[in-house]
Design a protein around this ligand. Structure first.
Ligand SMILES: [Zn+2]
Length: 388
């Protein structure tokens, strides 16, 4: 294993231990982190997220801009966007990481983007035939999944699916966010910087996807849009036979499974088989942690209530107050974007979040193409994106 890979794991787990040091919590929460590795040596931990819950539909409404998904992967990715806003608020930091190419900034070639997660992401990457499940707490047999989803349309592998709900969640309450496998697959086309930042930054792609996984088969197909949809490159990257933008591509990150030398805190460490069984039991009893952590380099940490998607420990009366929203909600990141817009354009951005996002026509076209590859887009969040 390359040295920097074990560094990434070590730094991620050590940071998590630091976050939870004064708490009595599950040592085996799902962790995800995004690091930049400079010249294959110097590891910069940009963001870290923990958690495996998504907010129920009953907590999502137009007035409450809570964090809809508190899965570790989503928190790490949004944390990375917050990290980018921090970088772009300091001119000499921009030059450290980015160079300007024509009209937009590109991450310097010196840096590799590494996404690390301590279990296969939810959705497609966690589904296995019964016969192949072994020692993996996240794995779910097909039969269980199909039982859960028999009343939900759009669940076959040719389509994108929403986050798995635990079996007690009524279908009407199910969170419509995409599961992490599908999100990662989409990020491999549009990048992890998001539609807003893409107006100033070229797509940032994951170079290495590091998954703690000790099974003996590959997850490659799960994250490859062409394999999943059966469509070719042109269906995805072109419109009317013309490339949408030469800055987008179909990224195939290097998939690295960390079967050996696992960090001892990992539930997949061979020593932890007993622990693993306990986690399985916990999952069955739905006693997963009801909070998530966010850490962002130079921004600090935050504890998030993953039942309602708000900051941890809020009194009910504070819930509608925007300053109590987690730093990585769409609302808060949009405020950061408005500041960035002002610094680049010297004028105020006068539109709502959805309009600002849709101004990035190329990004929008690309997403529309992806949607068409999968027949239907199960997600409809338009009503949650009208804020300013
Ligand atoms: Zn997930």
């Amino acid at each position: 294993m390359n040295n920097y890979l074990s560094d990434i794991k070590q730094i991620t787990h050590e940071k998590y231990q630091e976050l939870i040091q004064n708490e009595k919590v599950n040592q085996n929460a799902v962790l995800a982190s995004i690091s930049l590795v400079q010249k294959e040596q110097n590891v910069i931990l940009c963001s870290l997220g923990t958690g495996s819950k998504a907010v129920g539909l009953n907590h999502m409404n137009e007035q409450n801009h809570c964090l809809h998904s508190c899965h570790a992967e989503v928190i790490a990715k949004r944390g990375f966007q917050l990290w980018l806003y921090e970088v772009f608020s300091k001119p000499n930091e921009i030059d450290k990481y980015f160079e300007k190419k024509e009209t937009k900034y590109s991450l310097k070639n010196d840096y590799k983007v590494c996404f690390y997660v301590t279990q296969p992401p939810c959705g497609q990457a966690q589904l296995f035939p019964e016969s192949k499940i072994y020692g993996m707490s996240a794995a779910r047999p097909f039969s269980e999944f199909f039982k859960e989803t028999e009343n939900i349309p759009n669940c076959d592998s040719q389509r994108l699916r929403s986050t798995p709900a635990n079996s007690k969640t009524p279908i009407q309450q199910k969170n419509p966010s995409f599961c992490c496998s599908d999100k990662l697959m989409i990020w491999n086309i549009v990048g992890i910087q998001g539609a807003l930042l893409n107006q100033y930054i070229n797509p940032i792609y994951i170079d290495n996807l590091i998954i703690e996984f000790r099974e003996h088969f590959s997850l490659k197909q799960v994250f490859d849009v062409r394999k999943r949809s059966g469509k070719n490159k042109n269906d995805i990257l072109k419109i009317n036979n013309k490339l949408i933008s030469k800055s987008f591509r179909i990224q195939k990150p290097k998939l690295i499974y960390t079967r050996k030398n696992l960090f001892t805190h990992s539930p997949y460490h061979p020593k932890n088989d007993e622990l693993n069984k306990r986690i399985n039991k916990d999952i069955n009893q739905q006693s997963l942690q009801s909070f998530s952590y966010l850490y962002v380099d130079s921004c600090g940490t935050e504890k998030i209530n993953s039942i309602n998607g708000l900051k941890w420990g809020l009194a009910k009366k504070d819930i509608s107050r925007l300053q109590f929203l987690p730093k990585i909600t769409k609302f808060q990141l949009f405020q950061k974007f408005k500041n960035l817009y002002y610094s680049f354009e010297s004028k105020q951005l006068l539109c709502n979040y959805r309009e600002a996002k849709n101004r990035n026509i190329k990004y929008l076209c690309l997403k529309t193409n992806i949607k068409q590859c999968f027949q239907e887009w199960s997600l409809n969040k338009i009503q949650y994106e009208q804020f300013q």
